[in-house]
Ligand binder design. Structure first.
Ligand SMILES: NC(=O)C1=CN([C@@H]2O[C@H](COP(=O)(O)OP(=O)(O)OC[C@H]3O[C@@H](n4cnc5c(N)ncnc54)[C@H](OP(=O)(O)O)[C@@H]3O)[C@@H](O)[C@H]2O)C=CC1
Ligand SMILES: CC(C)(CO)C(=O)C(=O)O
Length: 304
C-alpha cells in the first residue's frame, strides 16, 4: 500500500508517522520540517503514546502510483496543493483531512476519487519534528465525497484503526464535515478574538454569541440539505456544552494559534463559508459575518 501525505505539518506528519509501520508512506513538507524529520525522526508525545518514527519526508513527491493521497495542509492551501500535484493524482483516492467547508469541493475539480475526512484531535507543535497530541474529541470519520462509502474507505479506516487512530466510515461525510465546522465556527474565532481557551467560552456572555453562531449555521445547513448528526440547535448546544467543550477544555483553538503566529486563519472556510452559503439562499448570518470581519481585522493588523 502506497500513501502520500501532501502539506504535512502537525496533522500530516503525525498521521504519516502512525501509518508508516503499515504502509509505504511518503510525506511532502516544507524544507524545515523535511530536514528535521529526516535528521531526527518524528517525535510524538501525548494521547497517541510516546515514540519516534522514521519515514521518508521531502519537499517533493516521488514519481509513483499511490493508493491514497492525503491532503493535510490548511484549507487556505488546498487549491495550491492541487495545482502543484493534481497531475500526479492518477487513480489514487485523494483524502482531505482538514478543517472547514470547501476542501473536498476544491479537490473534486482535480479528481473524481475524493474521500472526505474529519478529525477531532488536537496536534500541537512542541519543536522541530516534535508534536504533542493534546486532546481527542471523538472518532475521525471518512466517507466518499459527496456521499457514500466503498471498499477504499473501509480499507483506509481499517489502516487508521490498526495504527491506533480511532476512525469510522460514514455514508454522509458532508454531514460530519459540516458538524465539525459548526463546532469550529462556534468556538475558534471567539476564542481567538478573546484570547481564551475553549473552556472559558462556557461564560454566559460568550455562550449567547455561540448560540447565535450555531442557530445561523443550522439554518444554512438546512438550506444546503445537510442532515446534521444533532438534529436541532438545542440538542447540539447541549452536546457542545456538556461533552465537546469539557473534552477540549484547555485547548487554544488552531485559529488562536494561527493569529498568535501571525499567520492567515481558515475563517473563510468556517464562519466565512457559512456567510457566503447563507447569502446564496437569502439567509442572513449577521453574527457569523461580524466574527468573520473581526478575524479578518486581526489577520490584517496582527497584534500591533
Ligand atoms: N492542528 C490541529 O490540532 C488540527 C488541525 N486540523 C486541520 O488540519 C489541517 C492541517 O492543520 P495543521 O497540521 O495544524 O497545519 P500545519 O500548518 O501544521 O501543517 C500544514 C503544513 O503544510 C505545509 N504546506 C502547505 N502547502 C505546501 C506545499 N505545497 N508543499 C509542502 N508543504 C506545504 C505548510 O507550510 P507553510 O505553513 O509554510 O505554508 C505547513 O507546514 C487544517 O485544516 C487544520 O484546521 C484538524 C484537526 C486538528
Ligand atoms: C479542537 C481541535 C484541535 C479539534 O480537532 C480543532 O479543530 C481546532 O483547534 O481547530
Amino acid at each position: 500500500m502506497k500513501i502520500a501525505v501532501l502539506g504535512a505539518g502537525a496533522v500530516g506528519l503525525s498521521i504519516a508517522a502512525r501509518l508508516s509501520s503499515l504502509a509505504d508512506v511518503h510525506a511532502v513538507a516544507r524544507p524545515r520540517h523535511a530536514d528535521a524529520v529526516t535528521r531526527l525522526g518524528l517525535r510524538l508525545t501525548g494521547l497517541w503514546g510516546d515514540g519516534t518514527y522514521t519515514f521518508p519526508c521531502t519537499t517533493d513527491l516521488p514519481d509513483d502510483e499511490y493508493d491514497y493521497i492525503l491532503i493535510t495542509s490548511k484549507a487556505t492551501q488546498t487549491r495550491d496543493i492541487c495545482e502543484e500535484f493534481g497531475d500526479r493524482f492518477g487513480d489514487a483516492s485523494v483524502v482531505s483531512i482538514q478543517n472547514g467547508i470547501g476542501n473536498e469541493e476544491i479537490i473534486s475539480e482535480y479528481t473524481g476519487n475524493v474521500i472526505g475526512g474529519m478529525i477531532i484531535t488536537g496536534f500541537e507543535w512542541r519543536g522541530d519534528a516534535d508534536i504533542h497530541i493534546s486532546v481527542i474529541g471523538g472518532d475521525a470519520q471518512f466517507g466518499l465525497f459527496p456521499d457514500g462509502c466503498d471498499e477504499r474507505v473501509d480499507t483506509l479506516v481499517g489502516m487508521f484503526e490498526t495504527a491506533g487512530i480511532v476512525a469510522v466510515a460514514t455514508e454522509s461525510i458532508r454531514s460530519a464535515v459540516w458538524g465539525k465546522t459548526i463546532y469550529n465556527a462556534a468556538l475558534n474565532p471567539l476564542g481567538a478574538v478573546m484570547g481564551v481557551p475553549y473552556g472559558a467560552l462556557l461564560n454566559p456572555y460568550a455562550w449567547e454569541v455561540i448560540t447565535d453562531i450555531v442557530e445561523e449555521a443550522y439554518a444554512v445547513a438546512d438550506a444546503e440539505g445537510i442532515t446534521l448528526e444533532y438534529p436541532t440547535t438545542e440538542v447540539y448546544l447541549q452536546y457542545l456544552h456538556d461533552v465537546q467543550i469539557p473534552s477540549t477544555f484547555a485547548h487554544h483553538s488552531s485559529m488562536y494559534q494561527a493569529l498568535s503566529a501571525g499567520k492567515r486563519t481558515e475563517i473563510d472556510f468556517m464562519n466565512g463559508a457559512l456567510v457566503t452559503k447563507g447569502a446564496g439562499h437569502g439567509i442572513s448570518t449577521p453574527v457569523n459575518l461580524l466574527i468573520t470581519r473581526l478575524i479578518r481585522f486581526r489577520e490584517t493588523v496582527g497584534d500591533s
